[in-house]
Design a protein around this ligand. Structure first.
Ligand code: SAH
Length: 341
């Protein structure tokens, strides 16, 4: 069965027309799904009983079950959701002074193979549909009663490897009649799928693009991130420059600092050279240790030195606050889980 949350408003209008209904019914359904956040077609009381019945015969609503919920000492919450096919994914809710940010997963597993990330090492199952991405937000809002103001595609999976569904999910999340979260409050993070960066530049969605850079030369980056063998740093930086030129948007570079690997001043110098003159911001992440991981966190002293070097040389850099590490909800600590015995 089709999932009613897999459609943008325009697509839903077409669906309704195919059922012999007027397109404005789609707007009513959209409202029930994303503003009222109902869990059944029966609750859509301004639709006729016969239409409600027809809808429940044709569509599911993919209401996720919460399998587990953990709360960290800093208030970060991590959800394990049953995605209704025997698999489970994680979603994280963080509190910042500017509001609540949700970190959503885009795939069940990940193909990218980054050496420092816990989402690697367990087989890739499949991409999530648009509705399954959106449902993470709805389910968390329903559970907490909170209004989520920001969304980051930084959970399990490579969002640009699930391009069409991620774009569709953004259109539903961003729509004024949908979840109504402004594009500027939406961030998409990629390990560097260069052709998709060019596609994203053409979408006319002013979301923030984050690039997981983590190293400044090919040898080091390839040793950490196999994707660099396909799209090296030169190609990646060129794509970023073209993206900035096409969209007039600033890019955020993520750089996870690992002790004695990419955290010395030579690396900082190379990073300055690489990003000089670009409309960019660097987000430094103290690397989180994962089970059997080869990397350990830089010392606080090194992290601060690294940041200060960048700032002193014209590159705006901030250190990302570590949230939720005591419940394995921090960057790189999320994993998919199988419910099958
Ligand atoms: N696949 C996308 C989305 C994941 S976002 C991407 O690679 O960008 C998660 C962010 O956390 C990425 O920047 C990722 O590189 C980073 N990350 C992964 N493992 C980490 C770890 N152990 N410590 C800190 N950051 C990590």
């Amino acid at each position: 069965m089709k999932n009613i949350k897999d459609f943008t408003l325009d697509e839903l209008k077409e669906e309704l027309q195919n059922l012999g209904e007027k397109p404005f019914r789609a707007t009513q359904i959209f409202h029930w799904l994303y503003v009222e956040k109902v869990k059944s077609f029966e609750e859509m009381t301004d639709l006729s009983v016969s239409l409600r019945e027809k809808l429940s015969q044709e569509y599911t609503m993919c209401n996720f079950n919460i399998l587990r919920k953990l709360e960290a000492s800093d208030g970060t919450k991590k959800y394990l959701f049953d995605v209704l096919d025997g698999n489970a994914i994680e979603t994280v809710l963080m509190e910042y002074h500017h509001g609540k940010t949700i970190c959503v997963s885009s795939q069940i597993g990940c193909k990218m193979g980054c050496k420092f990330c816990a989402s690697t090492g367990i087989p890739f199952i499949r991409s999530l549909t648009a509705g399954e991405i959106v449902e993470q937000l709805i389910a968390v809002e329903q559970d907490t009663g909170d209004r989520i103001s920001n969304i980051v595609f930084m959970g399990i999976g490579e969002p640009l490897d699930n391009y069409d569904n991620v774009i569709k999910a953004i259109r539903i999340i961003n729509h004024p009649k949908g979840l109504n979260i402004g594009a500027r409050h939406i961030s998409v993070s990629t390990s560097g799928l260069v052709p998709k960066i060019y596609d994203l530049a053409k979408e006319n969605i002013p979301c923030t693009l984050s690039i997981s850079l983590h190293a400044t030369n090919d040898e080091k980056r390839s040793s950490m991130m196999p994707v660099n063998n396909a799209f090296n740093i030169e190609k990646l930086i060129k794509a970023c420059k073209d993206y900035i030129a096409a969209t007039n948007r600033r890019i955020s570079f993520e750089y996870a600092l690992a002790k004695d690997n990419n955290d010395n001043l030579e690396d900082a110098k190379e990073l300055v050279k690489l990003l000089r003159g670009m409309n960019a911001h660097v987000n430094l992440i103290p690397i989180n240790k994962i089970e059997n991981g080869a990397y350990t966190k830089s010392t606080n002293e090194n992290i601060i030195k690294f940041r200060d070097y960048l700032n002193d040389h014209g590159i705006v850099a901030t250190i990302r606050r570590e949230l939720g590490s005591d419940i394995d909800a921090a960057c790189g600590q999320l994993r998919r889980q199988s419910l099958k015995k």
